[in-house]
Design a protein around this ligand. Structure first.
Ligand code: C2G
Length: 130
């Protein structure tokens, strides 16, 4: 089984995230999503609208996602790749080059980011509609 992993906050889930999961899953037979915890979001200085449990609930509803693990630190990726037997690490290309250090352990692929959509944009649409 070819295992793929990707990392992120995935707040205010939108089709950019869904397209990422779809393409990531197509790189293998199993996709693990390392979901940023609320504490790690604080370290990323990223204020998520939804809690870890709520964001994990969203991901569990997505057919492309096979497993969810918590992302607690920047430094856990190498251990994750080894412990979970990961063959492919993938992220959107706004991260291009940032994780090449994993290439001795697994394939590293950056996927084109979906244009014109972001969690911030979705939140702005929501607040404008209220
Ligand atoms: N993404 C995308 N298209 C968008 C928005 C996001 O492809 N329109 C991708 C990003 O490139 C990223 C993933 O969706 O690969 C998750 O994005 P975020 O939830 O913003 O996660 P981020 O803050 O980038 O956290 O250790 C890595 C970090 O946890 C990544």
């Amino acid at each position: 089984m070819k295992k793929v992993i990707t990392y992120g906050t995935f707040d205010t889930l939108h089709y950019g995230h869904i397209l990422l999961f779809k393409r990531a899953r197509a790189l293998g037979d199993h996709l693990t999503v390392a979901l940023s915890t609320d504490a790690f979001n604080a370290r990323k200085d990223k204020a998520a609208h939804f809690s870890y449990d709520e964001r994990a609930e969203f991901l569990r509803a997505i057919t492309y996602v096979d497993a969810i693990i918590p992302e607690n630190t920047w430094d856990q990726k190498r251990d994750d790749v080894v412990q979970h037997g990961i063959d492919v690490f993938t992220m959107g290309d706004d991260w291009a080059g940032e994780f090449d250090f994993l290439s001795d352990l697994c394939k590293v692929i950056y996927l084109p980011r979906t244009p014109r959509i972001s969690s911030t944009a979705v939140r702005n649409i929501q607040s404008a509609a209220e």
